[in-house]
Write a protein that binds this ligand. Structure first.
Ligand code: NAD
Length: 478
């Protein structure tokens, strides 16, 4: 098992050279057979399966400590499932789709023909490096594309392992991994890709969209934001708190779709806290050495979380962590779960995506107030609703807009390969996963087949009475 980090970032000239190699190959092979796509997907499946222990070790090294079980479940398993899903359905996805034809064009025929776009760029973050790098690659390969990948510089062990594993199994014109920091990322985003997928922060997402716009490169932006968990009065508080604790504490809260804050019926905050800590301690215990609980990725990220809490305290908030061994937590760069009460909009915990195990509890009186709270902010990547009252649930679903929703649990909508995954507004644009990824990375080319006998010639010049009566007829029947 090799977790050494090679130090050389990819040079700008090499970036361009790899891109041109891939582009040439893509332009030579416009039509990519199902067998070729499946072979590339199968090699990816074998790569993930064979290298899972190495990925676990690499990601563990990148985080300081990352639960190997969580790497296996939330990363390797998710990617393997996505590949198997695609392999099973690829023939159907690739088939040109029959599309209805409007009456004036009968008996003509419409077909929607999916074609590879060419070269797809993937820029990925550090928090689930394996999943968020390879899940878009699954869609891109299924759609017949060449792929260039730029993983995060904050997961260097992972990035170098991926680069060498991909190098062993793919030609450079099929998939290439480039490594390096923000300068390499900038050069990468400036390449004239046929499509660019970026997963990361909203701030960098804007920069990527700007760079891509110069090349008219379409983008899928998978960004972050503050995802609410709404606990309805009809909810079983113990069950809701337990599921919110899992959703928040997986990967120590460093999850794009983690519940960022809880909207809790006023008066039930303390009871929620009791249930939350009971669940948190059942999941991860109280000892910072617990190997199931993941560390914060860097000192800077750790300090930022500590600063968020300190600022909230200074401005009058109260936090509850129910823990001891402060020094050990800090030495292991593990951040204990913290609930925060009496927050206000003036505090950073209410302004910034938290991205760690800090959970503000925001009390509300009425469902309308909870909905207004969500709608007064940027559109979130995820929304969670807990309760038993169907009418209240449908009301919240109708009156809020978010990237996705899980009802009565957290996170699970991302695992639905049959549904699109993506943000809206500040939480992103476009979507992928399953067939939605295949379609995102394909040019769906509409083709109209003119029938041998067609009346459309009757609408050509010279215009006159025939034209007028035919147009009048068409206006009546369409
Ligand atoms: P980040 O935006 O700091 O970095 C993401 C990637 O962008 C890295 O590979 C980095 O090298 C690259 N990058 C940096 N500067 C760049 C530039 N100028 N041009 C092009 N690329 C550049 O994000 P992060 O800290 O790695 O990840 C955390 C964020 O990602 C959080 O906001 C989280 O919510 C979000 N996220 C979203 C999803 C999703 O699916 N929507 C998933 C995971 C994380």
């Amino acid at each position: 098992m090799n977790v050494a980090v090679a130090s050389e970032p990819t040079a700008a000239a090499d970036l361009g050279a790899v891109f041109h190699l891939q582009r040439e190959a893509a332009r030579r092979e416009i039509s990519v057979a199902a067998a070729v796509r499946k072979d590339r997907l199968r090699r990816l499946l074998a790569l993930v399966t064979d290298k899972t222990p190495d990925f676990e070790a690499a990601i563990d090294a990148d985080f300081g400590h990352r639960s190997r079980h969580e790497t296996r479940l939330a990363e390797a398993f998710v990617v393997e499932s996505a590949i198997k899903h695609a392999l099973r359905r690829l023939d159907r996805w690739m088939r040109p789709k029959r599309i209805a034809t409007e009456l004036p064009f009968w008996p003509g025929m419409n077909r929607l023909m999916p074609q590879p776009l060419g070269v797809v760029g993937v820029i990925s973050p550090w928090n689930y490096p394996l999943q968020l790098t390879l899940a878009p690659v699954v869609g891109a390969l299924a759609a017949g594309n060449r792929v260039m990948i730029k993983p995060s510089e904050l997961s260097p062990h992972f990035a170098h392992l991926l680069a060498s594993a991909v190098g062993e199994r793919y030609a450079a014109d099929e998939i290439s991994v480039v490594v390096g920091g923000a300068d390499v990322a900038q050069g990468f985003a400036a390449l004239p890709f046929d499509h660019l997928v970026f997963t990361g922060s909203t701030r960098v997402g804007r920069l990527v969209a700007e760079a891509a716009a110069r090349n008219l490169t379409p983008v899928t932006l998978e960004l972050g934001g503050k995802s609410p968990a709404i606990v309805d009065r009809s909810a079983d508080l113990a069950v809701a708190a337990q599921r919110i604790a899992y959703g928040k504490l997986l990967n120590a809260g460093q999850t794009c779709i983690a519940p960022d804050y809880v909207l809790c019926p006023r008066g039930q905050e303390e009871s929620f806290a009791e249930h939350f800590f009971r669940a948190a301690h059942r999941l991860y215990g109280t000892d910072p050495q617990n190997p199931d609980y993941t560390a914060i990725v860097s000192d800077a990220h750790y300090d930022r979380l500590a600063a968020l809490l300190a600022e909230a305290h200074d401005k009058g908030a109260r936090s509850d962590a129910r823990t001891s061994q402060a020094e050990t937590w800090k030495r292991l760069r593990k951040f204990p779960p913290n609930l925060v009460f009496a927050t206000t909009d003036a505090m950073r915990v209410r302004q910034e995506e938290i991205f760690g195990p800090i959970l503000p509890i925001v009390p509300y009186e009425s469902a309308a107030e909870a909905i207004a709270f969500v709608n007064a902010r940027e559109r979130p990547l995820a929304l969670y609703w807990f309760g038993r009252d169907g009418a209240a649930r449908e009301h919240v679903l109708r009156e809020t807009v978010s990237g996705g929703v899980t009802v009565n649990d957290c996170l699970l909508h991302i695992a639905q390969e049959n549904q699109p995954f993506g943000g809206v507004g500040a939480s992103g644009m476009g979507a992928y996963h399953g067939e939605w990824g295949f379609r995102t990375f394909s040019k769906e080319k509409p083709v109209f087949y003119r029938p041998r006998a067609s009346g459309t010639r009757l609408l050509h010049p010279p215009y006159g009475a025939r034209f007028e009566s035919l147009l009048a007829l068409l206006r009546r029947v369409t």
